[in-house]
Design a protein around this ligand. Structure first.
Ligand SMILES: O=C(O)c1ccccc1NCC(=O)[C@H](O)[C@H](O)COP(=O)(O)O
Length: 217
């Protein structure tokens, strides 16, 4: 099993799933944010999920979703985890965990040390924490913008009680350095393995997974 666990986010086709599986990704993300070029419907995600090999963690990405939306997604798609990518409070994280009986990954955007400190409020309730770059002020999307944050912000505080994952502007060219600086054991990528917004590139998925697991200097 690869040392560094990789999540490929925003998969839309069976070819995307095959590329992630062949490259050894541990997680795949289905994006239910309608404005995203990576979004899928619950029915599309259900058809894709059956293509995933046993043991690959299938994650539903939602942004400030209400129970009705989560009820629909979880009733149709065989999932292993829910990723909350909005302004969900620790209380909402606990509610979602209890209601759906699935592990929850809470995403926290970082652009300052204060943001890093704010993560502590979630470490006792979220099953995983995804440390992402904050979206630029004028961005349409709350994630998937290909923007990195200053990885040195994690140098002092890179351990939480919950396992964590690094995201934000990662790509095959910089992922090894990001891992070196932050000590991340898990990494997540969306736009960095695409040829155009929402179009995954199998060669970049492969290069990303190889670079994440290349021997460290
Ligand atoms: O990818 C999207 O379109 C998206 C839309 C709305 C909320 C979150 C979204 N992506 C979240 C992810 O998990 C990304 O992998 C993460 O933000 C990093 O994205 P990128 O910088 O493009 O690798």
């Amino acid at each position: 099993m690869p040392d560094i666990r990789v999540k490929i986010c925003g998969l839309k086709t069976p070819q995307d799933i095959a590329a992630a599986a062949e490259a050894g990704a541990a997680y795949i993300g289905f994006n239910f944010f309608a404005k995203s070029p990576r979004s899928v419907t619950p029915q599309e995600a259900a058809a894709l999920a059956v293509e995933a090999p046993i043991g690959m963690c299938k994650v539903a990405l939602v942004v400030n979703a209400d129970d009705a939306m989560l009820d629909e997604i979880t009733s149709v798609v065989p999932l292993d985890m829910i990723q909350l990518h909005g302004q969900e409070t620790p209380e909402r994280v606990a509610e979602v965990k209890a209601r759906y009986g699935l592990p929850v990954m809470k995403v926290l955007g970082v652009s300052s040390l204060e943001d890093v400190q704010r993560i502590d409020a979630y470490e006792g309730v979220a099953d995983q924490i995804l440390v992402d770059a904050k979206a630029p002020k004028d961005a349409v999307l709350p994630g998937g913008n290909g923007v990195a944050f200053d990885w040195r912000l994690l140098a002092q505080k890179k351990y939480w009680r919950a396992p964590w994952m690094l995201a934000g502007g990662l790509n095959p060219e910089n992922v090894a350095e990001a891992i070196r600086v932050t000590g991340a054991r898990q990494v997540d990528v969306a736009s960095g393995v695409e040829s155009a917004p929402g179009e995954k590139d199998p060669a970049r998925i492969k290069s990303f997974c190889e670079a994440a697991n290349a021997p460290r200097r």
